[in-house]
Design a protein around this ligand. Structure first.
Ligand code: SAH
Ligand code: SF4
Ligand code: F3S
Length: 451
């Protein structure tokens, strides 16, 4: 009987994409993938280290798995991802139930390292690489509508608060041709949306071609395939990139452009390499080049030495940009980063208060922007049944807003429909279907290709 592997993924989209890679690697050497942890011979946790609470969750999960391991001592338990890279052998030494610790650049060695565990040793693979991109590996993906594609790995930006350059190593890009081939393959399987991933996609390079060239090539594969990307760093967002987005209907008019703080002094301490003025000019330029473009951001509250004035600067940027969405965090000191040495001098109370103000303001903006959508007709990609009621369908606009509308005859997952918006909340749009603008043709061979 084949061995079965189960994987649980924490952290960012890059980890989701990596889990698919890992499943691809193990599936190639004969492992079956299972969704049931009780059925697994190998249990893998693909982990995140970005903030303290991300790591706490994993420690908690390992606590649960301990009982499981005691009952099933032959089950292999492995830690992958950023926490594996950050804590390395500490994990196998301190956690007796952990058999395997493998960092993001050593996944090719997983089959061999699992065998090491079966031979009675601990399996450890935590070297970072300057070249590994897994370009030749086909990720294991179930059929669906939406897929992630990593186009680059690592990060060279060294923002002073961030562990990613340490856990994922130096920046490197995959080849443009292999990415385009993957898009073609997914289009053939009936996928309707892909998201190109990198910590800083704007520094994508392949033999003189840049990220705009990559987007252009991907957009041409299938005009009905929506293409998204994340994350853009404000330092290198080029005019060429903005013009490319404007030129293709299927390149979504949505840019995730993390600002982190609205104070030049804090941005400098963060090593973000731009000023508030540069950032706001960029937003203004993008709005001119791509009419109707929407923005989302990441914000950190309570970075070391952040004063009330600095915090007001952040609220001010939010008021000037009016983001469609934001990921908002309390600063979390990470050992080994530069800001760790700056101390963590903003009190927990002040962090909580500032974060709450940021969240409240964002909610207000999201609602205001959504209210502007009332009576507009939007093209929506149908994703499936609404979470709350089977009588409703759910989908997304080009600008990544969730739309709920009544289920009606003939409309299925993967279709494009036009929906007239009638009601909104800060998180969701509600409307009535006007027409099906494009039906998805599900390819007959989909099941075969995914095998
Ligand atoms: N590469 C992306 C984001 C990577 S991490 C970028 O540059 O924008 C996602 C977000 O987590 C960051 O944008 C930041 O807002 C947040 N983050 C990273 N390290 C953090 C820390 N130590 N404390 C709090 N938030 C952090
Ligand atoms: Fe971290 Fe900065 Fe790199 Fe983003 S750009 S991953 S925040 S170091
Ligand atoms: Fe977390 Fe690593 Fe992603 S630290 S956010 S899983 S790159």
């Amino acid at each position: 009987m084949k061995n079965k592997v189960y994987i649980e993924t924490y952290g960012c989209q890059m980890n989701i994409a990596d889990s698919e890679l890992v499943m691809g690697i193990l599936n190639n050497v004969g492992y079956d993938v299972t969704r049931d942890v009780h059925d697994a011979d190998v249990i893998l946790l693909n982990t995140c280290s970005i903030r303290e609470n991300a790591e706490q969750r994993i420690h908690g999960r390992l606590g649960n798995l301990k009982t499981f391991k005691n009952k099933n001592p032959n089950t292999v338990i492995g830690i992958l991802g950023c926490m594996a890279e950050r804590l390395r052998s500490e994990l196998v030494h301190e956690k007796s139930i952990v058999d395997l610790v493998v960092g993001p650049d050593e996944y090719r060695r997983l089959p061999e390292l699992i065998d090491v565990v079966y031979a009675g040793e601990k399996g450890l693979g935590v070297k970072l690489s300057r070249t590994e991109t897994y370009d030749d590996i086909i990720p294991y993906r179930e059929d669906g509508l939406q897929a992630w594609i990593s186009v680059m790995r690592g990060c060279d930006k060294f923002c002073t608060f961030c562990v990613v350059p340490f856990t994922r190593g130096r920046e490197r890009s995959r080849s443009l041709s292999s990415i385009v081939d993957e898009v073609k393959h997914l289009s053939g399987r009936g996928f309707r949306e892909i998201t190109l991933l990198g910590q800083n996609v704007n520094s994508y390079r392949d033999e003189g071609m840049d990220f705009a060239d990559l987007l252009d090539s991907c957009a041409k594969v299938d005009p009905l395939m929506r293409i998204r990307f994340t994350t853009s760093h404000p330092q290198d967002l080029s005019d060429k990139l903005l013009e490319t987005i404007a030129a293709h209907k299927n390149l979504c008019n949505y840019i995730h452009l993390p600002v982190q703080s609205g104070s030049d002094r804090i941005l400098k301490l963060m090593n973000r390499t731009y000023t508030v003025e540069h950032y706001l000019n960029l937003i203004e330029k993008a709005r001119k080049i791509i009419p109707g473009v929407s923005f989302s951001t990441d914000i950190i509250a309570g970075f070391p030495t952040e004063t009330w004035e600095d915090h007001l600067g952040t609220l001010d940027v939010m008021n000037k940009v009016k983001y469609d969405g934001a990921y908002m965090f309390k600063y979390s000191p990470r050992e080994g980063t530069k800001s760790y040495k700056m101390g963590d001098d903003v009190s927990e109370e002040a962090k909580t208060k500032r974060l709450q103000e940021i969240i409240d303001l964002q909610q207000k903006h999201s609602l205001e922007l959504n209210e502007l959508m009332i009576n507009k007709t939007e093209e929506v990609l149908v994703e499936g049944t609404s979470k709350k009621s089977t009588e409703f369908l759910s989908g997304r606009t080009d600008t990544n807003k969730v739309v709920i509308f009544p289920r009606s005859e003939g409309i299925e997952e993967g279709d494009y429909v036009s929906v007239k918006i009638s009601k909104v909340t800060s998180a969701t749009l509600f409307g009535e279907t006007v027409a099906i603008t494009n039906k998805r043709e599900v390819p007959v061979q989909a099941a075969v290709q995914s095998a």
